[in-house]
Design a protein around this ligand. Structure first.
Ligand code: UDX
Ligand code: UDX
Length: 474
């Protein structure tokens, strides 16, 4: 067993792509191959035009330009990449299960399992397998079982093959992924094989100070990731629950947030109110935690965490109902501009975006939506709004919603002659647009709904528009 020279990462997604790009940039001595079953995605990663990379992340294209074709390669040749690797990262998606035991509650591990079987089949010599995907606690046991059991433990060259499994959860947040990877608060490595832990630690030591690298056992590492996300989501549900109280009592959530966050024990980060948290991780990870608690009979703990998800769904419904109410209880033949469809700013990711539920509900009420986003494509919106899973057959069907919304890449066109504007994603550029012109072009009486507390309410006071802001009392 020597030093790690070759790395393979299975899954060229939001986690695998940026993570391996930073690894390659910080460790020129490593040769990294990112593989994926999705040909189109790999082609996009290999595009000459770096503005067309499959993922938008500030700072990513500059790194890709430096390392791609040198020590970072993207391909669909999964088997040779695994075979040649000393270390394989599993970074495939793990969405919530859609059917069967644990449906709607726990992660669908079919791709993780398939990945482990492939590694078990084609790896050679000693291979360190690293869980990068967020997984339910004790998934490492499943991976270990598969690696060690589903084949005779010799490789194709009759060498003995062996595996070590590590958990190395990713804490990057989309939109700030590169900063989070380059200057992580901490790196967590869980495992029971000291040699494997040291091998991965050595890689991180190329740019991460040693005191920021935490080592633990496998299960603590897996559980820490779920718990960290649950704590973060809990802060958002806490502040969002207070927005409703502010609106009825005359308090202002900006002032409350500032006063509360100034307590250094609480801190000012991660208490921005909004239409509810989205993204691929928070809901899924809390549901996994809830499932785990129920499995072990800890129903009170399960209910505690489940309420975080409940408040999140409630916030979206609350905002939608309030909009219908302000628009005289009727959206039929009304046009509404949706500003922002990404689940947060600085990303083109729409997974679990609060925009999805809010838009679907508004469409069901009869509204026509003009949707604008700076980075999300029309195709991505169509995937979220027009496809629905039939609850009985579990088959994806195209709903008739496609005629109920239009896509605009120009914010002025999107807002022309509409009855209302709803800001759902906090893109900074929405602060800089010509609001006077926009208000002038609205159909009167008109409304602006600011669900991200992005705009300054006093600015709209003397304009011919009704202005509603989340968490702002009368
Ligand atoms: C990550 C984590 O891995 C996941 O556990 C977490 O919950 C969300 O963040 P992410 O990188 O965001 O996932 O997912 P995605 O962008 O969908 O990328 C996963 C990639 O894996 C896709 O490109 C998919 O094509 C690929 N894949 C999936 C494989 O290459 N092989 C498979 O068998 C399955
Ligand atoms: C999250 C975790 O932050 C990250 O550590 C983990 O690895 C993956 O999941 P991500 O989902 O990419 O990252 O973004 P994050 O910045 O955490 O935002 C999640 C959601 O919460 C977004 O919809 C965001 O708009 C919302 N949010 C965040 C708020 O509403 N208020 C806040 O104060 C912060």
């Amino acid at each position: 067993m020597g030093l790690i020279k070759k790395i393979c990462c299975v899954g060229a997604g939001f986690v695998g792509g940026p993570t391996m790009a930073v690894f390659a940039d910080k460790c020129p001595q490593l040769n990294i191959e990112i593989v994926d079953i999705n040909k189109e995605r790999i082609n996009d990663w290999n595009q000459n035009d770096l503005t067309k990379l499959p993922i938008f992340e500030p700072g990513l294209k500059e790194i890709i330009q430096r390392v791609r074709g040198k020590n970072l390669h993207f391909s669909c040749d999964i088997e040779p990449a695994i075979k040649n690797a000393d270390m394989v990262f599993i970074s495939v998606n793990t969405p919530i299960k859609q059917k069967g035991v644990g449906a709607g509650e726990t992660s669908d591990l079919r791709w993780v399992e398939a990945c482990a079987r492939k590694i078990s089949e084609v790896a050679t010599g000693h291979t360190i397998v690293v869980e990068k995907s967020t997984l339910p606690v004790r998934t490492a046991k499943t991976i270990k079982d598969i690696l060690n059991a589903s084949n005779p433990k010799v490789d194709r060259f009759e060498n003995k093959k062996s595996f070590s499994v590590l958990s190395n959860p990713e804490f990057l947040a989309e939109g700030t992924a590169i900063i989070n990877l380059e200057r992580p608060d901490r790196v967590l490595i869980g495992g029971d094989d000291d040699y494997a832990i040291e091998s991965l630690k050595k890689i991180y030591l190329n740019w991460v100070p040693p005191e920021r690298i935490i080592c633990s056992n496998l299960w603590s590492s897996e559980l820490s990731k779920l718990t960290a996300n649950a704590f973060l989501a809990q802060r958002i549900s806490s502040i969002n629950s207070i927005t409703a109280l502010c609106e009825v009592t005359g308090a202002d959530i900006k002032e409350v947030g500032k006063a509360v966050g100034s307590d250094s024990r609480i801190g000012e980060k991660f208490i921005s109110p909004g239409p509810g948290f989205g993204g691929s991780c928070f809901k899924k990870d809390i549901l996994n935690l809830v499932y785990l608690c129920r499995y072990f009979g800890l129903s009170e703990v399960a209910e505690f965490w489940n309420s975080i998800v409940k408040i999140n769904s409630w916030q979206k419904k609350r905002i939608y109902s309030l909009i219908v109410d302000k628009l005289y209880g009727n959206l039929f033949e009304k046009n509404i501009a949706i500003l922002g469809f990404a689940f947060k700013s600085n990303t083109n990711d729409t997974r679990e975006s609060p925009a999805i539920d809010i838009c679907k509900d508004l469409i069901k009420e009869g509204a026509h939506l003009n949707i604008h986003d700076y980075k999300v494509s029309k195709q991505a919106i169509s995937k979220e709004l027009d496809l629905d899973l039939d609850p009985f057959t579990n088959v994806l069907s195209r709903e008739s919603t496609s005629k109920s919304w239009s896509f605009f890449d120009d914010v002025y066109q999107a807002t022309k002659e509409v009855d209302a504007i709803i800001i759902i994603t906090e893109w900074e550029d929405y602060k800089k647009i010509d609001w006077e012109l926009i208000v002038h072009n609205l159909r009167k009486p008109s409304w602006i709904f600011d669900t991200r507390v992005l705009l300054e309410p006093s600015y709209f006071k003397n304009m011919d528009v009704n202005f509603w802001q989340l968490g702002l009392g009368f």
